[in-house]
Design a protein around this ligand. Structure first.
Ligand SMILES: O=C(O)c1ccccc1NCC(=O)[C@H](O)[C@H](O)COP(=O)(O)O
Length: 207
């Protein structure tokens, strides 16, 4: 079946930008809960973003080795649809919140993605990203897509250095379930550029 690729725009921080991205056709938006990131949001900012989203747009929370009690408290006041884990979280940790979740893997030359897929078999998807020492995500760096096995048994979410120029080539080469972008649709670090968001969505859809 020829499925249309899903699109997640990551690192949104305000309601107006999130609503605009959804209206342009984003299927999911990502909220980063990681203080060192320029895209980190407060609970109040995240609540405002969620309240602005139309029906059928998935809200995704991003976490890096978050304290489980803190995360459970957050989920009581923020009804995220999906959790995205970007650190060294174990499968047991990921499934302990009773929410659908995906696992991010930062791909190095020797990364065995089939092993990750087996270990995190009940994830709703595997997000593959570039490995950059000391920065867990949102780096704007791409990686070698040929390292992705064709027979990955989980929905594949391709990320890492995607932008309006390379996304159609990426979709054609990898045939992912979804694509995910952050830096590639920003004007400056942490600030989304809605023209780039529109260009990205158009290019991904017409791949
Ligand atoms: O975006 C961040 O700042 C971030 C910080 C910590 C963990 C994850 C983070 N982002 C995760 C994403 O899903 C990004 O979209 C993904 O890493 C791709 O980023 P980019 O290469 O900038 O498009």
């Amino acid at each position: 079946m020829n499925q249309q690729v899903r699109i997640k725009i990551c690192g949104l921080r305000d309601a107006a930008t999130a609503r605009a991205a959804a209206q342009m056709g984003a299927d999911a938006i990502g909220l980063v809960f990681y203080e060192p990131s320029p895209r980190n949001v407060s609970i109040e900012e995240a609540q405002a973003v969620l309240a602005a989203l139309p029906a059928f747009v998935t809200s995704v929370g991003l976490f890096v080795n978050a304290d489980p009690d803190w995360l459970r408290d957050l989920l009581r006041v923020l009804p995220l649809d999906l959790l995205q884990f970007h650190g060294d979280e174990s499968p047991e940790y990921c499934r302990s919140f009773g929410k659908p979740w995906i696992k991010a893997v930062r791909v190095k030359q020797d990364t065995n993605l089939l092993e990750y897929a087996a270990q995190f078999h009940d994830a709703r998807g595997l997000l593959v990203d570039a490995f950059v020492e000391g920065t867990p995500g949102g780096t704007g760096e791409a990686f070698d897509w040929s390292l992705i096995p064709k027979d990955l048994p989980l929905p594949l979410i391709l990320s890492g250095g995607l932008n309006p120029v390379n996304v159609s080539e990426a979709v054609a080469a990898v045939v992912p379930w979804a694509v995910d972008v952050s830096s590639g649709v920003e004007s400056t670090r942490g600030v989304k550029d809605l023209n780039k968001v529109a260009q990205f969505i158009k290019a991904a859809r017409h791949a």
